[in-house]
Design a protein around this ligand. Structure first.
Ligand code: GTP
Ligand code: ZN
Length: 355
């Protein structure tokens, strides 16, 4: 496999030359599991670990390699390598870390398009679509929506479902597919652009793995079997999370997500709820709270039915969540600062009282 098939480009090669990595291997991280990485290179796949320096220099977990990253590495044994550096990322798709409020967790890096996958049955939720959209917009990643399992509903039901999405979410392409009948797969395939990386986002069981099989035309190993393989330190030959497609695009799978917490990424809410922001701009008072003011464009739109109440409610909910995230981050900063000061003072005191 050559590096271009994995999305390598001139910018990355420029960085490699400039930073003296000509004699290193270059590869893309396909799997990350407890500071062990599977990295695809031209010379094959490596089971890689971090060079000590890299770990010590990392200020947070987000400075360590993530799925989608380009890295410089050196082989130290057959199929084994050390990662020396992470190349700068052109995008970082992240969410709120599960169970750790105010912290971010990387979903994948160097993504060009986020494919939000939902199935037509129990998983379907426009609110959740908006959450994923917010993550994509915050990361400056172009979103796409794919609705799977359309074989389970009638054509009329499908039309009504797509209508619902389109009326609430403007400007995002929506595709309806079935991995059973392969309906709609061709249209989706036509969309893929050479050299670009696409990331699948969605809950467990919506059909992401099946979609990869449909798109790549190959049967991949079931995911569970492979992560066990890594635990045992076995050499894994199938790509679990990064699949080069026939037309030169790259597809990154993600384990199903149960929580899609938004962070403080700029532009996330603004782009997802563009309509509300645009309305608010035209309110009579610039400090309008959209609750009872005269000349409030948001209230007028609610009245006329141009804006649905549930959309506004969802927007407020997410806005609150974001505000809470931001204040948690601030609080932590203040706390860290205070703690740092205390440590310095204790050190000073110890110095003074030394004899
Ligand atoms: N009827 C129907 N079933 C589908 C379709 N796509 C997937 N399935 C079924 O849905 C189930 C889950 O599909 P997967 O592809 O494993 O879902 P996933 O999103 O990869 O799930 P995780 O790996 O847990 O994130 C399987 O039983 C599939 O056979 C479809 O288009 N139509
Ligand atoms: Zn208003």
């Amino acid at each position: 496999m050559n590096l271009e098939d994995l999305g390598y480009n001139e910018t990355l090669e420029g960085y490699r030359q400039e930073h003296g990595f000509d004699h290193h291997l270059v590869g893309r991280v396909t799997v990350e599991h407890r500071e062990r990485y599977m990295v695809s290179t031209e010379a094959g796949e490596y089971d890689a670990e971090l060079l000590g320096n890299l770990r010590f220099a990392a200020e947070s977990k987000n400075d360590l390699p993530a799925v989608g990253d380009w890295v410089a590495l050196s082989e130290y044994d057959e199929g084994k390598a050390l990662i020396h550096a992470v190349f700068p990322r052109h995008t970082v798709l992240e969410r709120q870390a599960v169970g750790k409020f105010g912290e971010k967790q990387i979903i994948a890096t160097n993504i060009d398009y986020g494919i939000i996958v939902q199935s037509v049955n129990r998983d379907f939720s426009i609110n959740r679509l908006e959450r994923y959209l917010t993550l994509c917009h915050a990361a400056k990643i172009q979103p796409l929506i794919v609705v799977t399992k359309v074989d389970l509903i009638s054509e009329a039901e499908q039309e009504s479902l797509l209508g619902k999405i389109r009326s609430r979410i403007a400007d995002v392409p929506v595709f309806a597919v079935s991995n059973e009948t392969q309906a709609g797969i061709g249209a989706l395939k036509n969309l893929f652009v050479k050299g670009k990386t696409y990331c699948l986002l969605g809950s467990s069981g919506v059909g992401k793995s099946s979609l990869i099989n449909s798109l790549s035309g190959m049967e991949r190993m079931k995911t569970g079997a492979i992560s066990e393989g890594i635990d045992r330190g076995k050499h894994v030959t199938t790509h679990r999370e990064l699949v080069p497609l026939v037309n030169g695009a790259v597809l990154i799978d993600n384990p199903g997500m149960r929580e899609v917490g938004i962070t403080d990424g700029k532009g996330g809410l603004e782009n997802t709820f563009e309509k509300i922001y645009a309305l608010a701009e035209t309110c009579k008072f610039s400090d309008c709270t959209h609750t009872s003011e005269i000349g409030c464009a948001v209230l007028a739109a609610l009245d006329s039915g141009e804006l649905e109440e549930e959309v506004l409610e969802h927007f407020y909910k997410m806005e609150n969540e974001q505000a809470h995230f931001t204040s948690t981050v601030l609080e932590r900063k203040v706390r860290d600062k205070k703690f740092g000061k205390m440590v310095r003072e204790v050190k000073k005191y110890k110095k003074k009282t030394k004899y």
